[in-house]
Design a protein around this ligand. Structure first.
Ligand code: GN1
Ligand code: MG
Length: 367
């Protein structure tokens, strides 16, 4: 898009200063992001984002959730007497016309937030940054434990395992691209079936009233945190998927991405595996900030959460492979199958570490 068009969009928001430049920022696959640089040293720079409303059908709900979450965190930080609050929680700018935190222009949804200066994001983690990540995501959940309003579900049934399995079964039944009969697909389907009942236990416990939903981030990747120049976590970003969920979402999805020895689409299955060093560091950090509000049933099931997310992602990638690759971008025809198989190998590695994981969690609780 042209500078002038982008400038016009920024002018819909209540900002001061003169815009000197607007340039692309980051490499997100879902939203389009730009940095808006202002000429005056006294004015902050901004981040302009076009929200993908195919993925997020109710942008108004997304922004109401984000408003509630950032306001609540800001209040908590103020009450705790924290310094540097502007770098510890995002600030969205209201539109001039109706005060909402987004504007709609030609059917596109845009939002503007203050750019956090002198902060960086990371793509990979070592044990130290995993411990920090655990603390940061645990603290995020802890600060939001008493949020007074009910948040909306911005993607319906996003991490609902029963729903993800029903989606897979539906596509297997109609087999739109003729991939179901492939022997490697049949193999994976059997492995998925064998674990289906166990993997849906969170939904069952939820229905029985034994497992609460809490405000979760639901996209807890390491690149969704900002770090200061000392490598300390400043804040959690990318809040579009913040919604009520079982806490397993944030714990399990971080480990799924950070504790795999290789990327989720690495085709060398012998290299896939669960890194216990990352598991231990993340778990230690997470329990340090979250154990005060977690129920015993939530803590007991953390190893299940570590297995659930590779399993769920295996189901989702296989579903997309059998659907004809409509959801995730693919670089080659087998790409989604490779991803699904990779996640299955990760799952098997997690399963082989169950007793060790349980023992470690017990050790954290005793110390
Ligand atoms: C999608 O776009 P990205 O990488 O943040 C997906 C996640 C999956 C992930 C797998 C809204 O996330 O749930 O875990 O791909 N997000 C959505 O790579 O579907
Ligand atoms: Mg992101």
């Amino acid at each position: 898009m042209e500078q002038n068009q982008l400038k016009t969009i920024v002018e819909h928001f209540a900002v001061g200063g003169t815009i000197s430049q607007i340039k692309p920022l980051g490499e997100g696959l879902i939203n389009d992001t730009f940095k808006v640089i202002t000429a005056e040293a006294t004015e902050p720079d901004y981040v302009l984002q076009r929200v993908n409303h195919n993925v997020f059908p109710d942008v108004d709900m997304v922004m109401r959730n984000i408003d509630a979450v950032t306001s609540h965190i800001r209040k908590k930080l103020e009450a705790a007497g924290e310094d540097d609050i502007e770098r510890k929680v995002l600030r969205f700018i209201p539109s001039k016309s109706d005060g909402k935190l987004y504007v709609v222009i030609d059917g596109q949804y845009w939002r503007l937030m203050v750019f956090i200066p002198n902060a960086i994001t990371k793509q990979a983690v070592d044990a130290d940054s995993s411990r920090d990540a655990g603390r940061a995501f645990g603290r995020f959940q802890a600060m939001l434990a008493d949020i007074p309003i009910q948040l909306g579900e911005t993607i319906k049934d996003f991490h609902n395992m029963e729903y993800r399995l029903s989606q897979l079964r539906e596509i297997v039944a109609c087999d739109p691209v003729g991939r179901v009969a492939e022997p490697q697909v049949q193999c994976l389907l059997q492995e998925i079936d064998a674990r289906a009942e166990e993997m849906c236990k969170a939904e069952r416990m939820g229905r029985e009233g034994k497992l609460p939903k809490r405000v979760c981030h639901c996209d807890t990747k390491v690149n969704n945190m900002m770090f200061n120049d000392k490598g300390e976590v400043l804040c959690v970003i990318d809040l579009d998927t913040v919604m009520p969920n079982f806490i397993f979402s944030d714990y399990g999805d971080f480990l799924r991405t950070a504790a795999n020895f290789v990327a989720e689409d690495n085709a060398d299955m012998s290299a896939v595996g669960f890194n216990m060093e990352i598991f231990k560091a993340f778990t230690e950090g997470y329990l340090a900030s979250a154990r005060s509000f977690l129920l015993p049933v939530e803590i007991e099931n953390l190893p299940y959460a570590a297995a659930l997310f590779p399993y769920m992602q295996c189901v989702r990638f296989l579903w997309d492979y059998l659907s004809g690759d409509k959801y995730w971008k693919c670089q080659y025809p087998e790409h989604n199958f490779v991803r699904a198989n990779n996640q299955f190998h990760l799952l098997k590695s997690v399963e082989s570490h169950y007793p060790e994981m349980q023992a470690f969690i017990q050790q954290c609780l005793n110390s």
